[in-house]
Design a protein around this ligand. Structure first.
Ligand code: FES
Length: 102
């Protein structure tokens, strides 16, 4: 059963960038775009690379290893060699705290 986990406050997450957190021990990459927050599992589906080490551009995050990329909202592949979507997690802000459901 998924549960909400506190991962910090909104200002911990730089606008336009990605930041790594642990939610219930699970590595999660949290993205901020203005007021919106998104979360993906922090592991590329193509190999052993952290998406939180990647580069965010045009709504996608580029993997640092082979430059494949994922849509930060849906987890869908944006660019080869990535072919498999990465898992997404719901994010919310409650009473000034960011929570991820895993
Ligand atoms: Fe991410 Fe290859 S490991 S694109």
């Amino acid at each position: 059963v998924a549960a909400w986990h506190d991962v910090g406050e909104p200002d911990d997450f730089p606008d336009g960038a990605v930041w790594p957190v642990l939610a219930d021990g699970l590595p999660v990459a949290v993205f901020r775009q203005g007021e919106a927050l998104f979360a993906l599992y922090d592991l590329c589906t193509h190999g052993a690379a952290r998406l939180s080490d990647g580069y965010v551009e045009d709504g996608c995050v580029e993997c640092p290893l082979h430059q494949g990329s994922f849509d930060i909202q849906t987890g869908a592949p944006c660019k080869a060699p990535v072919t498999e979507a990465v898992r997404t997690f719901p994010v919310r802000v409650v009473a000034g705290r960011v929570e991820v459901s895993v």
